[in-house]
Design a protein around this ligand. Structure first.
Ligand code: SF4
Ligand code: SF4
Length: 152
């Protein structure tokens, strides 16, 4: 892309592959949805989301408690970069990375557009106060906590 055109665009409007590391991290809206456990039907391969959150998801701050080591600490922690292309369903439909990888605009509530996470919290995009830690749910009981995204 010519530099003149790039200069006119906000980084969240650029092709996702052109973002530098800082821009990539800033694109995350902090919703925490990718930290929810998923179930896969062995026969159909269908993916189901649950409201069960990873034990390292801090529900007070809406942050990962082991972000730098997350891949080593949690085997099924989704690597967004790796799944975007082949398994986008493993990323929530509102996720900024999924949207931009499909060349779709961010939702208006995204903190980068709105200036704060307040409206996003009010709209219930964040999983804060809506999830339950895996510490309190036996893996055999995840199916009792299946959810669906209204945005799907
Ligand atoms: S779902 Fe996407 S935007 Fe939300 S916390 Fe995960 S990576 Fe960030
Ligand atoms: S390790 Fe961190 S980023 Fe990964 S699923 Fe758990 S809370 Fe989310």
């Amino acid at each position: 892309m010519p530099d003149s055109l790039k200069a006119r665009k906000k980084f969240w409007e650029l092709p996702i592959g052109e973002l530098n590391d800082t821009e990539w991290e800033m694109l995350c809206d902090g919703c925490g949805r990718c930290c929810l456990k998923k179930l896969v039907d062995n026969e159909s391969g269908k993916l189901f989301w649950t409201r069960v959150a990873c034990r390292y998801f801090d529900q007070e701050t809406n942050n990962c408690q082991c972000y730098k080591e997350r891949s080593a600490v949690v085997a099924d922690c989704v690597d967004v970069k790796k799944v975007l292309e082949d398994m986008p369903d493993w990323i929530p439909p509102t996720c900024a990375y999924r949207l931009r990888s499909q060349n779709k605009p961010l939702f208006k509530w995204h903190p980068l557009l709105h200036g704060s996470s307040e409206i996003m919290q009010n709209l219930g995009i964040s999983i804060k106060d809506k999830c339950i830690s895996e510490e309190y749910v036996h893996a055999d009981g995840y199916h009792e906590h299946v959810i669906r995204w209204v945005e799907d």
